[in-house]
Design a protein around this ligand. Structure first.
Ligand SMILES: Nc1ncnc2c1ncn2[C@@H]1O[C@H](COP(=O)(O)OP(=O)(O)O)[C@@H](O)[C@H]1O
Ligand SMILES: [Mg+2]
Length: 388
């Protein structure tokens, strides 16, 4: 019997469209002899939709058509089974699911919120769990975690927009202490949105203001000079990790912008087409360092499935710094696995297997007790009178 896989994508995220591309790429590469693939598209308002038509990229060009030919649904649990239930006056189960496969990028979807819903109803799912997704999305939390296990990160400070507004001079001083050029980032976005390199106080003020139109938490980092950017993908869970080849990303500008990542490239190939060199042109010592840091970061966050970890290297001093993790990377990083003979369909098989294994392990752990402590509870009067 085929495994029924619900691929969830879209959502209220600045990376909405990128998620559609990633998900449809994956759907195309999933082995239909093994899986019944059910697309679940979350629109920008958070409405869930399903239907075969959602497997076709062209439907996303015309949202009225999309609404007409797809079906609104919610994901529910009933008697230990999982269903996509229609939402109209007459509710019916449109599809049953065995496992959910989020292929999502950015806030509200990749950051643990969606995973929290999946955990709450108890459906098995592919990819990182709530905590590792949440930390992975927050650049500030991530850096703090890396520092705590002595992984190298660049010099930085962070602050809330509220505190900055109370005493901007104090924070500007702290930023300047790091030394220009600086790079200003909202803590919780992705795809280079809201990120700017600045060279003086005027630019710094402007970039901070811009960043806090996206997020209340702002990160200011020292720019790494002689920059070489390399990325590596990690596949597995806390027990075992497989490492991909390392890619080198050739940035056209000082940094990879949203346009570099998703627009300048050849659209038909989606995210995998921006300028990159695989394997990266780095010596063995640097390669081993990147691999070691990647493995440690993956384990420390408690990731699962496939991630991409991005590094900044100062090519003069050979200093290697971990920049960030992408817990559900663009195109699921399939292009980093293909050169080592892992086809995209094999990668997807492994991801689903890991998701099932995680679930089997989770349900073995005790997380509730059979005894019902509320059985003797007799209303709020009882509570007031209870001494703890
Ligand atoms: N400290 C830094 N020094 C130099 N360049 C940086 C630094 N941090 C980020 N960049 C550049 O900005 C890009 C986007 O930053 P990143 O932190 O990866 O944000 P995003 O989540 O948007 O990808 C990076 O790919 C890199 O080109
Ligand atoms: Mg990045």
């Amino acid at each position: 019997m085929k495994i029924k896989v619900g691929v969830i994508f879209g959502g209220a995220s600045v990376e909405h469209e990128v998620s559609i591309i990633s998900a449809l790429q994956a759907i195309k590469n999933m082995d239909e002899s093994k899986y019944q693939i059910i697309p679940i598209y979350v629109d920008k308002k958070g409405v869930w939709r399903t239907g075969e038509v959602l497997k076709d990229i062209n439907i996303y060009k015309d949202l009225d058509e999309l609404n007409r030919f797809s079906t609104k649904c919610i994901l529910i649990r009933n008697d230990n089974k999982f269903y996509l239930q229609t939402t109209g006056l007459i509710k019916r189960y449109k599809y049953e699911l065995d496992i959910a496969f989020p292929i999502v990028h950015g806030t509200n979807m990749e950051d643990g919120k969606l995973q929290g819903y999946l955990e709450t109803i108890g459906i098995p799912y592919v990819g990182s769990d709530v905590t590792s997704s949440a930390i992975g999305q927050d650049k500030v939390m991530q850096k703090a975690l890396y520092k705590s296990i002595n992984l190298p990160v660049c010099d930085y400070i962070w602050f809330y927009d509220f505190d900055y507004n109370q005493d901007s001079l104090e924070y500007l001083k702290k930023c300047e202490k790091l030394g220009y050029p600086l790079i200003v980032k909202p803590a919780n976005l992705g795809s280079s949105v809201g990120i700017k390199v600045v060279n003086n106080e005027v630019e710094l003020r402007e970039a901070i203001k811009d960043a806090y139109s996206y997020d209340k938490k702002i990160l200011v980092e020292k720019v790494v000079s002689n920059l070489k950017e390399v990325n590596i993908s990690v596949l597995g869970n806390y027990k075992s990790q497989e490492l991909s080849l390392i890619e080198e990303v050739n940035n056209t500008n000082h940094m990879l912008t949203y346009e570099d990542k998703y627009i300048n490239g050849n659209k038909s190939k989606g995210l995998s087409s921006s300028k990159r060199k695989i394997p990266a042109d780095i010596n063995n010592k640097l390669k081993t360092k990147v691999e070691e840091i990647a493995r440690n970061a993956f384990k420390a966050l408690g990731n699962s499935g496939v991630v991409r970890i991005d590094f900044l290297i100062d090519s003069k001093s050979n200093e290697v710094l971990i920049n960030e993790i992408n817990t559900c990377p663009g195109s699921l990083s399939f292009y980093l696995w293909e050169p080592s003979n892992k086809k995209y369909s094999d990668l997807l098989d492994e991801l689903i297997k890991i998701g099932i294994r995680n679930y089997q392990e989770k349900i073995k752990k005790i997380n509730s007790f059979d005894s019902n402590i509320l059985s003797d509870f007799n209303g709020t009067k009882g509570v007031k009178g209870t001494k703890f």
